[in-house]
Each structure stands twice: as C-alpha cells, then as structure tokens.
Write a protein that binds this ligand. Structure first.
Ligand code: EPS
Length: 340
C-alpha cells in the first residue's frame, strides 16, 4: 500500500513529505520533479508570491543513484517567503479561518491559515511525481486541461486570459473546471466489494482534498442525471472508465469544479472574534484563479491513488517485479476486450 503525508506551514522553514510503500527500481530525475513543480507554480492566475518561491527541493531519503530503493522517500521544499503573518482574531470570509478557529479553540486565525494554505500542494505535487513516474513506466499517461474559467466554456475558453485580466482589474477572483484524463489504464483496478475499495470514491477523495475543489465528476457526471438509459448505453465513454468502482479498460475521465479564491484584493467584511466588531478583512492572497494550478496538482494527487490501485492489484516490491505482471494482465484482458 502506498501512503503519503505532508507537513509544513505556508511561511515556515520548509514543507516536508514522506511517501512509503513505493517500489524499488524507479528511475526519476530531479529535473522531472522540478518541471512539474514549475508547471504548478507558474500556472496562470497566480499571485506575486509565486515569483518569490523557487520550490527548490531536496530528496533526503529513499533513493540511491537516481533510483528508488523501496525505503520511505522523504523530501523537503524550502520556503523563501518566511514572513509569518502576525496573530489575528479576524477570520477571512470563505477561507478555513473561522472553521479552524472553532475546531482548534483559538482566537488566532494565522495559526489556521498557515497550514490550510494551498502552499501544501507544492509537496503533494512533488510526492505525486513519484507515482506519475511509476504509472508512466507501466504505460499509463495523465494529462489535464482547464475547461472553464469564470463561466467561459468551450470555444469561449480562449477568452479566459481576458476574463482573468478583467477580474484582476475589478478586484474579483474566478473559479473554473478542469478535466483529467488517464490513458491506457489496465482493467480491473479498484473493487466493487466495498465502498472504500471502489476507485471512484478513492479518486474523489484525492481530488476533493485539493484546496478550493468543491465538485467532482466521473465521465458524464452530473449530465447523466438528465439522460435516458438508452442514450447513455450508446456512449460507453460516459462511464468515464469506471464501472462498479473498477476500471473497465477505457480511458479514465475525471472533472473537478474549483471555487473562486475567497481572498479578494479589496478585502471582505468580517467579525473580529475578540472585539466582536465588524472589520474589513484584507487578504494578502492575490491569486485571481486557482483552477490552472489545481489542475496540475490534481494530475499528481490522482496519480498517487492510481499507483496505489496498481500496487494493490499487481503487488511487487520493485518495478522489475511489477512490469511483467502488468504486461501479462494487459494481454489477458485485451483478449476479452477485443472480442466485444
Ligand atoms: C495562499 C496564499 C498565498 C499563495 C499561496 C497560497 O500566499 P501568501 O499568503 O504568502 O500571499 O501564494 O500559495 C503558495 C505559496 C503556493 O506555493 O501555492 C493561501 O492562502 O492558500
């Protein structure tokens, strides 16, 4: 079983991460990880903070000579921006602040926002690179694309940069949707036996765990509710590659909705929990949209879950052990799928 954990605050010394249960023999270069971190950091719509961060990282355990050893892999990503925000009893509306202050019984919102920050997704992306690489070496690819920004969809997606510029000018932020596609996924990953073993909910949990993600769809998703059974059966792609919680040999298609970033440049009225006075909460967060960055994070969060499902089905402590098992399985299932 693949497990991972992240730690670290947005303006702390560094982010830390551990991935455990990862097979030996997977070659991965620092440049591979750096490229994915760059895609996330420099995605459209981000704030000036991103030009300060370099996401320089160190792999401190679990690799030898550029190849994984089977031991837990540990990473750190250094933070450049270390100016820890001063204590504040004013929760920023729409952020984790209020819920976290209630939960952890504190009047200091800064303690909450430091960990709830999307800075954490830098480490999730770095850890996900290992899973992405393993999947890739087993023949599986993943891509994402943003399919709507602030309501602009289809061909109008070309207007997204203009919509983002307008939102920035008007002190507003935008949400959006992205799609993830995994190709060449072996059939039979996941299970229909128990809800927590179904791959759909597992991928949903990974993706809904990304900051700002509020909606998740598999294949046709919410549109299926308005369609007739005859129509749906004519287009097997609408299942999104999953039936009964298991991959069916088709490509895996997942979609997520990301809410607009709640930190508006002009601030929002909130209630100070000490004085109980209404005050303007000015958020330093100036991302105009998180949807492009979230799509990159999602590729990696979902890759971790898919790698987990591959390890569950095929087992193995090394890539050498896994590869022939996956190949043999592909041959067997292809023989049946080709006859359909
Ligand atoms: C974030 C607020 C911003 C973002 C940050 C996430 O940071 P700051 O409060 O310093 O302006 O830039 O994202 C990252 C640093 C990152 O690497 O993604 C928030 O509140 O979620």
């Amino acid at each position: 079983m693949l497990r991972y954990l992240t730690a670290g605050e947005s303006h702390g010394t560094c982010l830390s991460g551990i991935i455990e249960g990862f097979p030996a023999g997977v070659k991965i270069t620092p440049a591979y990880i750096a490229a994915q971190l760059r895609r996330r950091r420099l995605a459209p719509g981000r704030s000036a903070r991103q030009t300060a961060e370099t996401d320089a990282f160190d792999i401190t355990a679990g690799m030898s000579g550029g190849v994984t050893t089977g031991a837990p892999i540990a990473l750190i990503i250094k933070n450049i921006s270390r100016e820890v925000p001063p204590p504040s009893s004013l929760p920023r509306p729409g952020h984790a602040d209020l819920a976290g202050m209630l939960k952890y019984d504190t009047l200091n919102a800064a303690l909450i926002r430091e960990r709830a920050s999307a800075r954490e997704t830098a480490m999730k992306t770095a850890l996900g690179c290992f899973a992405r690489r393993l999947n890739e070496l087993l023949g599986i690819s993943v891509i994402s694309r943003v399919i709507s920004v602030g309501g602009a969809i289809g061909l109008a997606i070309d207007k997204a940069p203009a919509a983002l510029r307008r939102a920035r000018r008007e002190g507003d932020t935008l949400g959006g949707e992205f799609e993830l596609v995994f190709e060449n996924v072996p059939a039979g990953l996941g299970s229909c036996a128990q809800a927590d073993r179904k791959l759909g909910p597992r991928l949903g949990s990974a993706l809904l765990g990304i900051n700002g993600v509020k909606g998740f769809e598999i294949g046709g998703g919410f549109v299926l509710a308005a369609m007739g059974g005859k129509t749906v059966l004519r287009d097997p792609e609408l299942s999104g590659g999953l039936d009964g919680g298991m991959t069916n040999g088709r490509r895996l298609v997942l979609r997520c909705a990301v809410k607009p970033v709640p930190g508006l440049p002009g601030g929002a009225i909130s209630t100070d929990l000490k004085s109980l006075r209404k005050k303007l909460s000015i958020s330093k967060t100036s991302d105009t949209t998180a949807v492009y960055a979230a799509a990159v994070v999602a590729e990696h969060a979902a890759s971790l879950e898919l790698a987990n499902a591959l390890l569950e089905k095929f087992g193995g402590d090394s890539l050498k052990e896994m590869r022939p098992r996956v190949e043999e399985w592909r041959k067997r299932t292809r023989r049946i799928l080709q006859r359909l």
